[in-house]
Design a binder for this molecule. Structure first.
Ligand SMILES: [Fe+2]
Ligand SMILES: [Fe+2]
Length: 322
């Protein structure tokens, strides 16, 4: 078995530490998911809105399968790194807690994030090499390392964990693998509490001097970066699909985005972000967000342009050849 080969390369102390870790997880009632067949794509065309796309349907079944497998791998990979970041987040919030109760809460959160990470990890079949960390997960890591408590509460617990609720719900709903569906459902239950705690803790400082002008500036600059990553549209999907398209052009990308409803699906995501913030932010900060149009969705032309420029050279090459 693969794990035996891996373990045999570890030192005696490391092996003993792993045993201790497993024992600790067991004492904390870790539930391991039942083994399941993960050779088939977990998320299929309905999840990615591909059913009405002529461009997608023109790809061979073999190519379609390989794209769906790759996209599934990226979903697991991102969830893995986000849960990993969740452990650091809980530790950081623990240290800056304002009360004994808050500290207790973040100790439990840390345990839950470790369990989430181990659940995602159990599906294997995806690379955890650091060069595969998505730019979104990198940004989350940067926020955790650099931001202050108000930005943490707003960006991580209110915005990202709040958004994660609908994302994990969808991952569970559209999963063709029952074990994967159950795991995301299980994680979701914890994330609901994490999000609610963020809402309650931020409410205590929302209209007070503890949410300083500097905090607001920090929050807005990170928000702008998060919003751009969302509003650019289905980056991973286009990246994977267009690797298999002969002569990729901007026009084909534009048509594909139309066929898979890219603008509408992305606008809904932006609306969700806005709703989460509307409920929690002071009016003056909401006003700045609207004035700067931070959460405004892109038009089809803007999305086509932004994606064609950012996807690994695919489209530039075609433009160059003209
Ligand atoms: Fe989590
Ligand atoms: Fe969480």
């Amino acid at each position: 078995m693969k794990s035996n080969i891996f373990l045999s390369s570890l030192s005696k102390d490391q092996k003993e530490f792993l045993n201790l870790l497993d024992l600790t997880a067991k004492v904390h009632r870790e539930v391991k998911p039942v083994e399941s067949d993960n050779s088939e794509p977990v998320w299929q065309t309905d999840f990615f809105h591909l059913d009405n796309s002529d461009l997608w349907n023109s790809l061979s079944l073999k190519k379609q399968r390989s794209v769906l497998l790759k996209l599934g791998e990226k979903i697991f990979q991102e969830a893995y790194f986000i849960e990993y970041a969740g452990m650091s987040y809980a530790a950081k919030m623990n240290l800056v807690s304002k009360s004994k109760e808050e500290r207790e809460f973040f100790c439990f959160v840390a345990e839950e994030e470790a369990k989430h990470l181990r659940l995602i990890e159990s599906f294997g079949n995806f690379s955890v090499a650091s060069e595969n960390i998505s730019s979104f997960a990198l940004l989350v890591g940067e926020i955790i390392h650099e931001a202050n408590r108000p930005s943490h509460l707003l960006l991580i617990q209110i915005l990202l964990e709040g958004w994660g609720l609908s994302y994990y719900k969808n991952l569970s709903k559209f999963s063709r693998n029952e074990t994967v569906a159950q795991v995301f459902k299980q994680i979701l239950k914890d994330e609901i509490r994490h999000h609610s705690a963020g809402v309650l803790l931020f409410a205590q400082i929302k209209e007070t001097p503890a949410f300083t002008d500097q905090d607001q500036t920090e929050f807005l600059s990170f928000l702008e970066r998060i919003a751009f990553m969302v509003k650019i549209g289905p980056w991973n999907l286009c990246d994977e699909v267009f690797k298999h398209v002969k002569h990729p052009t901007k026009e084909k990308l534009r048509t594909f985005l139309e066929e898979c409803n890219g603008v509408v699906v992305t606008s809904e995501k932006m609306q969700l972000l806005e709703q989460l913030l509307e409920k929690n932010l002071p009016d003056k900060v909401l006003k700045i967000i609207r004035e700067k149009r931070i959460l405004d969705p892109m038009t089809l032309d803007e999305m086509t342009e932004a994606l064609s420029q950012s996807i690994s050279g695919t489209f530039q090459l075609v433009e160059d050849r003209k």
